[in-house]
Design a protein around this ligand. Structure first.
Ligand SMILES: Nc1nc2c(c(=O)[nH]1)N[C@H]1C(S)=C(S)[C@@H](COP(=O)(O)OP(=O)(O)OC[C@H]3O[C@@H](n4cnc5c(N)ncnc54)[C@H](O)[C@@H]3O)O[C@H]1N2
Ligand code: MOO
Length: 401
């Protein structure tokens, strides 16, 4: 519950200024070498080079016979993929039975596929074109070649390529780590909500949103209302969230951002002598959002407790911060609005929409306490104060939203 408490009136900054300030508050993280699986979605901090040639040696492109000279050929050996190589050079009139991908013996001129081979005991014959079906060393990728430049995003395919080229770790801008603190005595984490008991709807959407913005949730803890618990968690995020020094680059506090007796975030930040960069944004929903920097440099993002307001705030402050830290900034998208929207006289409105050929269609169901509209939508339309134009900015929602 939030009750009115009198205090100095702080002017909320505009939505656009809040985004600019949030982006400016984050410095891209230093490059790090991370295991392949952790590099997915990161940006390469150095060019990706081929540590080996592809293929590494001359190999067969077909199952059949590696042959030298004109046929018929006497079959002198057998090389299976992964099996021992045929070490002796192949002489004219000789053949080695060979599997696709297996190294061809030195002296091989071509590979005769099984389909074109006529085998007779120790002999084989058929029409083999010189050079056919042999993949020469470095034919696909030369050793040392730059295959992806610095700054390229590590896609699933890039991971496969990196593995093929012998990499176990990649030099990337690492994913910023986020520790989530969900506050509220009334907030429960399983089962049915009940009078005075509300299911946490923010903790479950943050990992996907954070991942999609280039970060990773290092851990989520649930805190009771109370100044001390919040203070302790901000000073030293609880075990499981932050054991290593760089375990959390950003702390996200859910709830506790408004003006009620249980809303301690400001008091705790004051107490910790944090630098409050943003205290309230002129946006609906999501007005009571907050950005601060702790003495050690960690950023704290305060999200309102109402779930749709929290989503709006996460997309306003958290997502741009994570993109900046990870170096994965995205371009601006604009669209016409295909439906009536009532602008607010002073605040920006974030309206859930679905993109269509006609423009962005408002989907409704956009009350601050409900994620229904946002779950139907694929973007939020940014409707400026007193807007009367045609085009609006769209901020994308994580796919599947
Ligand atoms: N006097 C004022 N009261 C309020 C103001 C204001 O400016 N002055 N702003 C209102 C707005 S706008 C919002 S949004 C909320 C934000 O409040 P808090 O961030 O302090 O959050 P709570 O008061 O704890 O909770 C608000 C609401 O959300 C529910 N909640 C909290 N956490 C969760 C969660 N993890 N998952 C789902 N729902 C959650 C909570 O039960 C309350 O119903 O303040 C207004 N009041
Ligand atoms: O931040 Mo609040 O109720 O505007 O949604």
């Amino acid at each position: 519950m939030t009750v009115l408490r009198h205090g100095p009136v702080v002017e909320a900054i505009s939505w656009g200024s809040a985004r600019t300030l949030a982006t400016g508050a984050a410095c891209p993280l230093k490059p790090a070498s991370v295991p392949l699986a952790e590099a997915l979605g990161c940006r390469l901090a150095a060019p990706l080079r081929a540590l080996v040639a592809v293929p590494g040696v001359d190999v067969s492109a077909m199952d059949g016979y590696a042959v030298a000279g004109p046929g018929p050929w006497r079959v002198v050996g057998r090389v299976l993929a992964g099996g021992a190589c045929y070490e002796a050079p192949l002489r004219a009139g000789e053949a080695v039975e060979i599997a696709t991908g297996a190294p061809v013996p030195a002296g091989s001129e071509s590979v005769l596929p099984y389909e074109r081979a006529v085998a007779d005991g120790a002999w084989v014959d058929g029409a083999a074109e010189p050079g056919e079906h042999v993949r020469r060393r470095g034919e696909d990728i030369a050793e040392g070649a730059v295959v992806l430049g610095a700054g390229a995003v590590v896609t699933p395919v890039a991971l496969g390529l990196a593995a093929a080229l012998g990499h176990d770790v990649l030099r990337v801008r690492p994913r910023p780590r986020v520790a989530v603190l969900v506050t509220g005595d009334e907030v429960v984490h399983e089962g049915l909500p009940a009078p005075g008991r509300v299911r946490d709807a923010i903790g479950p959407f943050l990992p996907g949103l954070v991942e999609w913005s280039g970060g990773r949730v290092a851990g989520t803890v649930h805190l009771p209302d109370g100044l001390e618990a919040l203070r302790a968690a901000l000073v030293r995020p609880p075990d499981g969230v932050a054991r290593e020094p760089r375990a959390a680059d950003v702390l996200v506090v859910c709830g506790a951002s408004s003006k009620g007796p249980a809303d301690h975030l400001r008091a705790v930040l004051d107490d910790l002598e944090a630098e409050v960069l943003i205290d309230g944004v002129a946006v609906r929903p999501g007005h009571p959002q907050l950005l601060a920097r702790l003495a050690g440099g960690r950023l704290v993002v305060g999200l309102p407790g109402n779930p749709y307001a929290a989503l709006a705030a996460a997309l306003t402050l958290l997502a741009p911060i994570l993109r900046e830290l990870a170096g994965t900034a995205v371009g601006k998208e604009t669209s016409a609005l295909a439906g009536a929207v009532r602008p607010h006289p002073r605040d920006t409105r974030l309206v859930p929409v679905r993109r269509s050929g006609r423009g962005a269609v408002p989907v409704g169901h956009d009350r601050p306490g409900s994620l229904w509209g946002a779950a139907l939508a694929d973007a939020l339309a940014v409707v400026p104060p007193a807007w009367a134009g045609d085009q609006v900015e769209l901020i994308e929602l994580p796919p599947g939203g």
